[in-house]
Design a protein around this ligand. Structure first.
Ligand code: SF4
Ligand code: SF4
Length: 370
């Protein structure tokens, strides 16, 4: 749905500059930005995807986002639109992240070869209709996921206001490539939690694999979110031969400790070849186990391993005495051992500042509409 955009400047010759993400595209008249979802109409910038989504939503366990220390066991009503500020060669959702809205048409300002005119029909709804759907589903959280939510800025602001009135938490699963202006608006509206993907600590990786200039905006967003009270978890997808060295993992985990704190849940995730396949290999178990150990040595209290079976990597342990607080097998709980006041039953360590919200002891089941 076409909707007047926020956060842009007029330039000479009817050009505009968008500040919704750190690409900060300068967009010529009748052209779109890198995400292909913001278009310059006669010197004014519009989003083409306000209220436009690929389906009415699906119900996921919150652990699938992944968020392990935020409302454990909650159901996340998950929705997605199309487009992305990145063009990662390993994208597992490339069919939606690299698509164009149907009313966008041809002449993408910047598109992947062969996908320039790949259009996708979307369903549309108002913020009120979305909130009604979430309420009917019984979900206590809403996750913007699958494609990049930051480019859905105006829609996220408007829906978060309404979701707050219903005490439904808003979650972003994001590449973190935000600007100071956009981050400020997201913090002010009250985003509750974010899983931020730090793909690498190297600008070279971001340039060659993701097609953007630098990791720095991602790190800045993580710091701003965390210091303003948003619950932040970090994901790092480990791709063989590209970002799997000890030096790279140490740099990432040391940065997390120094800038976000040891209480920041950190997820290492296994890669499997997809889209343009920057590596032909799946991530070996030993690489993930090695990353787990490096993060533990760096002092991170909540280290997780995803997309593979790891003896400890799905569990939450007490950082003080190592007692098993929440055991998981996939998205299923195998054990929950924490007091009602969120203290460790063994050493009385206070876990309430690290594990946010209520724990749903039954845990949710995935039910997809996609
Ligand atoms: S949101 Fe889209 S148009 Fe705006 S700066 Fe980012 S990629 Fe460019
Ligand atoms: S940031 Fe995520 S959605 Fe966007 S292209 Fe990369 S992997 Fe795909």
């Amino acid at each position: 749905m076409k909707f007047k955009a926020r956060l842009w400047d007029s330039l000479e010759d009817n050009k505009v500059k968008c500040h919704v993400c750190a690409n900060e595209c300068v967009i010529l008249p009748e052209k779109v930005g890198i995400c292909r979802t913001r278009k310059n109409f006669d010197g004014e910038l519009y989003t083409l995807i306000y209220g436009s989504m690929i389906s009415s939503g699906s119900l996921d366990p919150i652990e699938k986002k992944p968020l392990y220390n935020f409302w454990p066991g909650a159901t996340a009503y998950s929705i997605a639109s199309i487009g992305c500020s990145f063009k990662c060669q390993n994208c597992q959702n490339w069919n939606i992240s690299q698509a164009n809205p149907t009313n966008n048409g041809k002449n993408g300002f910047y598109s992947l070869e062969g996908l320039e005119n790949r259009k996708m029909s979307l369903i549309e709804m108002t913020p009120e209709q979305l909130v009604e759907n979430v309420k009917k589903s019984g979900a206590t959280t809403l996750a913007y996921t699958y494609n990049e939510p930051l480019i859905w800025h105006e829609w996220i602001l408007d829906t978060t206001v309404l979701l707050k009135q219903e005490n439904i938490k808003t979650i972003l699963v994001t590449n973190g490539y935000s600007t100071i202006e956009a981050t400020k608006e997201l913090i002010e509206v009250g985003i509750d939690a974010a899983n931020i993907d730090i793909k690498s600590m190297s600008d070279e990786f971001y340039k060659t694999i993701c097609g953007v200039k630098s990791v720095q905006p991602v790190l800045d967003t993580a710091k701003r979110f965390k210091s303003n009270g948003i619950h932040v978890e970090i994901t790092n997808l480990i791709i063989p031969d590209l970002n799997d060295s000890n030096a790279e993992i140490e740099k990432l985990t040391n940065w997390i400790v120094e800038n976000l704190g040891v209480d920041t849940p950190t997820h290492f995730s296994a890669y499997h070849p997809d889209f343009m396949q920057p590596s032909m290999k799946r991530t070996p178990f030993e690489t993930l186990d090695n990353a787990y150990k490096i993060a533990m040595r760096a002092g991170i209290n909540y280290v997780y391993v995803g997309n593979t079976r790891h003896k400890k990597g799905g569990n939450t342990y007490c950082p003080n005495c190592n007692h098993l607080i929440i055991g998981r097998s996939g998205y299923r709980f195998t054990k929950i051992d924490i007091t009602d006041t969120k203290h460790c039953p063994k050493c009385q360590y206070d876990l309430s500042k690290d594990i946010k919200g209520e724990i749903n002891r039954k845990a949710s089941q995935r039910f997809s509409f996609f």
